[in-house]
Design a protein around this ligand. Structure first.
Ligand code: IPE
Ligand code: IPE
Ligand code: MG
Length: 246
């Protein structure tokens, strides 16, 4: 599925190395079907599989998915527990295949807020997929970008207080090194589904020069073709990084 688009991507040249996705619209997908919201989240798991496999096919190296924000803790307890249960289920069900596919899973965010079961599952998938060398799959869970930046500031202040760093060592690279995303380059492409035109506290630092792609498709309806369409669109962009073209 999507072979035509995939060959076009290959003809165009390199795929974006790092793709980030705000997976949005599960609730609306459920409402359109008069289903409870958690069934929308459940349906969204298939879309995660689609973009992981599509990412592997297209040669994406890093895929960073926004799965649950710090602000999402303010949702009703029933929805939160359904989401946490799905997380554990996703991990139990996918870990073997992800490992086979060469995917290394990393969970970014404040994991101290996760229930013990979810936290154990997260640690398990990170441990078991550690050697994956084809794709880094970053799941942002209990993640907020401002929280991540405040944490970075705190970590740096601590090092200055301890005398490990001098004040003048605190530059952009020093901040970058304290972000959850430190091991990876910034996203080249950000996709947001369900048509919302905002960042919702996602990767504010890292997205400084990222190309944005917003699609009206609701997350549970996303297939690898949607990822391929976004990549094709990206390949037609001109990234100037503030310079002018020669
Ligand atoms: C995205 O879908 C999943 C999470 C934020 C956890 P939503 O639950 O936000 O779905 P909508 O935006 O209400 O449709
Ligand atoms: C952003 O979606 C968070 C995730 C996709 C996990 P939200 O649905 O929470 O964002 P808002 O509330 O519409 O900005
Ligand atoms: Mg939403």
């Amino acid at each position: 599925m999507g072979d035509d688009l995939l060959s076009q991507i290959r003809l165009n040249g390199a795929a974006p190395r790092h793709v980030a996705v705000i997976m949005d619209g599960n609730g609306r997908w459920a409402r359109e079907r008069s289903l409870p919201r958690p069934l929308g989240h459940r349906a969204g798991m298939k879309a995660v599989r689609e973009v992981v496999e599509g990412g592997l096919e297209a040669g994406v190296e890093v895929l960073t998915l926004f799965a649950f924000s710090e602000e999402n803790w303010q949702r009703p307890a029933t929805e939160i527990s359904a989401l946490m249960q799905l997380l554990e289920e996703y991990i139990a069900r996918e870990v073997a295949e992800l490992k086979d596919q060469g995917v290394a899973v990393h969970v970014l965010g404040d994991r101290t807020r996760l229930a013990p079961g979810a936290r154990a599952a997260v640690e398990r998938i990170e441990r078991e997929t550690r050697d994956g060398a084809r794709l880094a799959l970053n799941l942002c869970i209990s993640y907020s970008s401002r929280g991540e930046l405040a944490r970075a500031a705190r970590l740096l202040a601590e090092e200055v207080l301890k005398g490990v760093k001098r004040l003048e060592d605190i530059d952009e690279d020093a901040i970058r090194a304290k972000l959850y995303t430190a091991p990876w380059s910034d996203p080249d492409l950000l996709i947001r589904t369900s048509g919302e035109c905002r960042l919702s506290n996602f990767l504010l630092w890292q997205l400084a020069y990222t190309e944005l792609y917003i699609t009206p498709v609701l997350w549970p309806d996303v297939t690898r073709r949607d990822l391929f369409q976004a990549i094709l669109d990206y390949q037609g962009r001109e990234r100037r990084f503030g310079r002018i073209t020669a």
